[in-house]
Structure formats: C-alpha cells, structure tokens
Design a protein around this ligand. Structure first.
Ligand SMILES: [Fe+2]
Ligand SMILES: [Fe+2]
Length: 475
C-alpha cells in the first residue's frame, strides 16, 4: 500500500493501470492548481514550509517531514488498506459483501453525499486564505498551511471517487467543486458554516476545534459506508483530520493560558483592563465559542430526517463507530430521544431512531466537544481563575432544524424576541468583539516569538524546537 510518488498524481490506487481515469484526473489537476494559486493561502506560493507529506497509509511512519513550497506539495489519492471479506455492517444490506462498484439504484444519493463532503474541503481553504498575513507565530503559520494542504488533499480524495465511479456526472461535479466559493453570493459553498468568514485566528482555532470536528463525525460515519472505496478514503482522511482538531484544541488552550496568566498578574477579571493588556478576556472567548459551536451543530442537519434514514437503511452512511454499537444495526423498531421546543420549554421526545440518525450523530459530537472544554476548564482552574467555559444549549442560535424558529438562551430557555435582542450582545460576538480581536492580529514571524494573546505551544513539530524556522519567506 505504499504510495507511488513517481507519477504525476501520487497514489496507492494503481492509477497508471487505468489510463482513462488517469487522463481525466490529470486534466482536472491544472484547474486545481489554478484554484490553489487564486484562492489558496494568500501570498504564500513561494514560502518554504516545513510540511508533513503522507508516504504510506500504514500506521507506522506514514509521514515524511521537510521543506516544501505549497504549490509543489504532492497532493494525491490514498485509500486505507482494504479489509479482506468486509461486509456491510448496517441497514437492509447488512451482512452482504461491501460494494466495490456503485450500486445503480443508489448512485444519486451516494454522489450527493460525496459532493457535500467534498465541497467543505476547499471551502475551508478559501475561508482561511488571509490568515497567514496575521500569524501569531511561525509555528502557528506552519500548522495553518499544513491544514490547508491536507484539506486540498481531501478534495482530491472526493474528486477521485467522483471521477472513478460516477462517469460524466462525476466529472462535472468535480469541476463544480472549484466553481463554488466560500461566501460567494452567486455560487456559495453548499453548507452554511462553510460560507462564514474566518476573519482572525480566534475564529480559526474555534473552527478547527468545532467545525473540523463535525468533519470527523461525518467522515467517521462515511467510513462505515457499504461502498468500500468511500469507506477506505474516509478512514485515511480521519487520520489527517485528527491533527486539525489538535491545532484547534491546543490553540484555544494557549489563548486561555495567556489570558489567565495576565489575569493573575494584574489581579483582575475586568475585560477592559485585560483587553488593554493585549489578551482576550474570557467572556469574549465564551461568545466566540457560542457562535462557532452553534453553526457547527447546524451542519448535522434536521433532527428528524428521511434522507438520513434512507442513507442508513440503504447502507450508504452508518452511525459513529457503527460496528462497535451493540444493537440490530437496522433500527426497525428502535427509538431515540430527540430535543424539541414545546410551548415554553424544550423537552425530549422518543422518536423513531431511523429518522433520528442525524440527531444521534450530533449527540456523539456534543459529548466529544465537551471533552476538550473539560481540559480547557482544568487549565483555567489550575491557573487559579474562577470561571468556566460552557457549551451553549444545543437549541441556542440554530438556523437549521426544529430550533430555527425559536429564540433560545445559551442555558436552554426559550426566550422572547425582545429578550433575545436585549441579551444577544452577551451571547454572541459583537462587532466590537470582532474589531478588538482583529486589532490583536499583528503578524509575528520571528522564530520562537509569540503574539501577546497566545502562550507558546508545549513542544515544537516532529521533535524540532519551538523556535525552529517552520516557514521561510525569502524576502
Ligand atoms: Fe478535511
Ligand atoms: Fe479538517
């Protein structure tokens, strides 16, 4: 399963044995490169970046580290090793051999799943393209670029599936991936959170903690798919996704460390004094957390979804860790508790588990999000600061699903439009919050130095010191 780097498109799928496919992908490649140059990291084409490149999909030593100019990064097609005799784990086809070709009757829903996932990958690169200009350190700049090239590779992964298995429609969808753009009023990306701007590094760290984590849950449930090439693609993508969430979690952690340090030094929790000292106060952190969490929750879709049910019964998209769940994996009679707004309160009602597949994935996601919050809060406590960050209620600030039409406070009360309007500035980032955070974003590019608002990381990358020159600019 080692990767063949001698080909124009590195791959472990035997691309050279399928000339037609190889030619089709080689025809798409220049369009991708043009997209990267126009909408990839701004002004960074010539930088030498200390990047990790996948060289095999084995768990031991799959990565190679070295300086690379991003346009020279070897984007390629890597699938996890096939599992011999793999069978479909859920739905009506449970127990049948996994599909190596697209079943004709599921062609269009399967394509929709792949396109929706694929669209998010270049979207995040577009959203983050200006951040390099204001990096808090070379270490952070390198991590940003590493994530960007990997999201580019995730697009390759989905484009490969479209080209290899969906004929002309697939090729058209692959082209359209480079025609929609994040925040474009005429041709936006498919999902809401991928059209929101990522205007500064606080938004970026929360995005990678919360929105990349949605990606983890989507990929994990696609990794259960009965369509084996999709499952294997997603398995390998998950190994890269873990690093993105690491960057988010440690980024937020380091901001909190720095803030708490200054709170202790100045003996104050006054936001104005802390802002004047160049750090981000905890209420502001909470408001940004509320925003990014709520838009990420929306990505899971409607609480009750017939599409979700169909994806499951047809074996296209499973649950999180489907094979580890102990039930009949068909859910014909099972129920699942789903939160809904009723007159003045939010209650949980038992609903058919099949219809509640999205909600169940959202539940898994929420539990996972809370783990990082616990670690952040422990760090805050360790530094003698008496305040905790909390995840807002799942119904807070939602635009999709049963809570889209009600106003709900972060602690889960249904409130009137008046109360919402009175309080929203305490719950969500205000224009002043954005302006303040943006004002902190002064680039720091001296090796080992950090911006005022963030603590150094615990350690460098791949055994290198924190003060290593992770990015070389040549200017
Ligand atoms: Fe991704
Ligand atoms: Fe990611």
């Amino acid at each position: 399963m080692s990767v063949n780097y001698s080909e124009r498109i590195p791959n472990n799928v035997g691309l050279s044995e399928n000339r037609r496919l190889q030619r089709a992908l080689e025809a798409w490649q220049p369009n991708y490169m043009r997209w990267w140059q126009e909408l990839g990291p701004e002004g960074a084409l010539d930088y030498d970046v200390y990047l990790r490149t996948a060289i095999s999909v084995e768990t031991d030593g799959w990565a190679n580290f070295g300086y690379v100019k991003m346009p020279d990064y070897r984007w390629g097609i890597f699938l996890a090793k096939p599992e011999e005799g793999r069978t479909i784990a859920f739905g009506d086809h449970r127990g049948e051999p996994a599909w190596q070709e697209v079943p004709g009757e599921y062609r269009s829903p399967l394509r929709r799943l792949i396109v929706t996932q694929g669209d998010t990958e270049p979207a995040s690169v577009e959203q983050q393209r200006h951040l390099g200009r204001t990096c808090p350190s070379l270490y952070d700049l390198r991590n940003l670029f590493q994530i960007n090239v990997e999201e580019g590779r995730h697009l390759w992964a989905m484009v490969y599936l479209l080209h290899a298995y969906f004929g002309r429609d697939g090729r058209e969808e692959a082209d359209a991936m480079l025609e929609r753009h994040a925040g474009d009023p005429d041709k936006p990306r498919i999902l809401g959170a991928f059209n929101e701007p990522t205007p500064h590094w606080l938004a970026y760290f929360l995005f990678t903690y919360l929105t990349d984590r949605d990606g983890k849950y989507q990929l994990a449930s696609l990794a259960e798919s009965g369509f084996d090439p999709l499952a294997r693609t997603c398995q390998f993508m998950l190994t890269e996704e873990a690093h993105h969430m690491f960057v988010g979690e440690t980024g937020v952690m380091r901001i909190l460390q720095r803030t708490c340090e200054v709170m202790q030094a100045l003996h104050t929790d006054d936001p104005e004094r802390l802002r004047a000292a160049g750090v981000i106060d905890l209420p502001t952190m909470q408001r940004f957390l509320n925003f990014h969490y709520s838009v990420s929750l929306d990505l899971f879709g409607q609480e009750l979804s017939t599409n979700g049910a169909t994806y499951f019964t047809t074996g296209l998209k499973g649950r999180y860790h489907e094979t580890r769940v102990t039930d009949d994996h068909r859910l014909s009679d099972a129920t699942w508790p789903v939160a809904v707004p009723r007159v003045s309160a939010i209650v949980r009602e038992e609903q058919p588990a099949l219809l509640a597949i999205n909600e169940r994935l959202r539940d898994d996601y929420i539990i996972d999000c809370q783990r990082g919050l616990n670690r952040w809060n422990k760090e805050i406590e360790k530094r003698g600061v008496d305040r905790v960050l909390t995840l807002p209620h799942r119904a807070f600030h939602r635009r999709i699903g049963v809570f889209a039409d009600v106003h709900v406070s972060p602690d889960g009360r249904i409130v009137t439009a008046d109360e919402w309007a009175r309080q929203v500035h305490q719950w969500l980032p205000t224009p002043e919050d954005h302006a303040f955070v943006a004002s902190l974003m002064q680039p720091v590019t001296v090796p080992g130095k950090m911006a005022s608002w963030i603590a150094p990381p615990w350690r460098g990358i791949h055994g290198k010191p924190i003060a290593y020159e992770y990015v070389k600019f040549h200017c």
